[in-house]
Design a protein around this ligand. Structure first.
Ligand SMILES: Nc1ncnc2c1ncn2[C@@H]1O[C@H](COP(=O)(O)OP(=O)(O)O)[C@@H](O)[C@H]1O
Ligand SMILES: [Mg+2]
Length: 162
């Protein structure tokens, strides 16, 4: 049942064009992972996915699903202190997390440009913290919790192609 809902969305992810967006509602962490997994099928070399949303809104959970979809077999955890984790799947995957970014100069030290304009797929948590350094050509995924009903496990996921 869960997968069939996600399967229905698949066609529309593939059809997303610049400025299109798609709004999904997830009612569990598992569902968010499944959405990420299906979304991953639309990703290609060089794509940058910018994730926005408060702590606990589901960004890392979604990325776990994306990595599963990209056939990553490594453990996927937030690179909170190291700022970046690299995985290999059907494409190289760069998982960046700017939650603990203290000094914007770290962005240059990390060499973000090489990731953003490289061969792999970049998945960027706390993208708002490095927004000026992000490529204009990117996919944005916005997460919101308790937006409507106050339900603890409900998340709104808005995917925008720019
Ligand atoms: N629908 C949902 N989608 C994603 N996570 C959910 C959902 N419902 C509950 N959760 C829980 O919320 C937390 C999300 O954590 P995480 O993905 O690490 O968030 P972030 O990376 O945005 O800080 C997890 O503990 C997860 O189990
Ligand atoms: Mg996270």
């Amino acid at each position: 049942m869960l997968m069939s809902v996600v399967e229905q969305e698949k066609t529309s992810f593939e059809k997303l064009r610049p400025n299109d967006s798609q709004r999904l509602i997830s009612n569990s962490a598992e569902e968010t992972e499944n959405i990420g997994e299906v979304f991953a099928e639309s990703l290609k070399s060089g794509d940058v996915v910018a994730l926005f949303g408060e702590l606990g809104s589901g960004k890392t959970t979604f990325i776990k699903g994306v990595c599963r979809g990209l056939e990553v077999s490594d453990d996927v955890t937030s690179p909170t202190f190291t700022l970046i984790h690299e995985y290999s799947g059907r494409l190289p995957v760069y998982h960046l997390d700017f939650y603990r970014l203290e000094d914007p100069r770290e962005i240059w030290e990390l060499g973000c440009e090489e990731y953003f304009y490289g061969e792999g797929v970049s998945l960027v948590e706390w993208a708002n913290r490095i927004i000026v350094n992000l490529p204009k050509d990117r996919i944005e995924v916005h997460f919101r919790s308790r937006f409507q009903t106050g339900a603890k496990n409900t998340r709104e996921i808005l995917i925008k192609q720019r």
